[in-house]
Design a protein around this ligand. Sequence first.
Ligand code: ADP
Ligand code: MG
Length: 400
Amino acid sequence: MAEYRTFTTDDAMRFADEHSGLFGEHSKLSCEEFGDGNLNLVFRVENDKGTSLIVKQALPYARCVGESWPLTIDRARIEAEVLIKHRKLCPEHTVEVLHYDAEHAAILMEDLSDYRILRSELIAAKQFPHLAAQLAAYLANTLYYTSDFALTGPKKKQQVSQFLNPELCLITEDLFFTDPYCNHERNNVHSEIRTEAQQLWHDEVLQAEVAQLKADFLSKPQALLHGDMHSGSIFINDENCKVIDAEFGFYGPIGFDVGSLVGNLLLSYLSHFGLTADSSARETQQQYLLEQITCLWQQFSSQFKQLMEQECREPSLQNSLYQQRFMQQIWADTLGYAGCELIRRTVGLAHVADLDSISDSTLRGQCEAKALKLGRQLILQRHELANMAQLVALIQYQQA
Ligand code: ADP
Ligand code: MG
């Protein structure tokens, strides 16, 4: 198998067998392609004793659109290299990559079949007390140890160039920051919120702030981001959670990763107005989500601060006033990018099942309108909202 070709199940099986000692000589392997993702092929290879591994292969185009949307297979390298780096920095909460093959743009990784995708669990109103603390640890460690606080100038620049990822960044640049604010053909707007969506096309005050957030996304290489921190990139069970799918990774603003996650927790919060009819069950779930958002920020920011204070080797960045300002700036970015995520998931190309699975279209429209309104508030007020208590007050006020 020298040149790139799309894997069949047989190819995936051979690839898994060749690159792991897990299966043993005589084991009978089986393989299925089961990926529900947007871009790639995902295979599960299993032996007759129940040992299994995952093979993920990048196609030279976006799977959800087809060959008319070509896309570099180098994204498999980015995914493998980001996950390997992040796993060194946070082994508990990063999926394990066993092998990466550049020719075939294929990754062999651990099978997380005893975990579930966070998004489906949150839609089903499940609660995981450890969610926020574990993801805060993942974000603090991966982002701190790839930043200027931890790396020398030359090392950091080498990594910035290793993870430029121009094609996948362009997707984010378009889908996050451009399409939702104009009448773009890629947008997907439900008829119930057409008026609210059209207001975005003419909202120059909002567009100015989104331009600033986009400019920062383009030109603030603070840390090696995961780049796609939504609840479909997180596997969870009762004890642990693990992050997968880092093909959008690049050096960008720290608040983008934190904000994407906060945005997805907020989308879950808002969607329960439509998903959970029983008001007491709904309030319990929404309360849980607000507590997780609060805990996520508190633990992320306190760990990041502690790392800056205790681990920073660069004398000029040890200044405590600078470090305070740095945290303040991550906070504002987090709110801004969370707001962008709320808006783009509501009117852009890539929706989320949280909102789309609300069966009553009027109710769904009401939830979507709330997402647009809260998204706009987060973007516009990101420098005024001073702390988490004020954010929670804003979210609860939004409920009225
Ligand atoms: P894409 O990048 O194409 O969106 P993902 O990495 O999100 O692909 O994977 C798509 C789906 O494949 C996931 O939602 C999950 O169901 C399954 N999957 C991916 N990686 C694993 C894994 N390590 N273990 C188990 N299932 C996985
Ligand atoms: Mg993906």
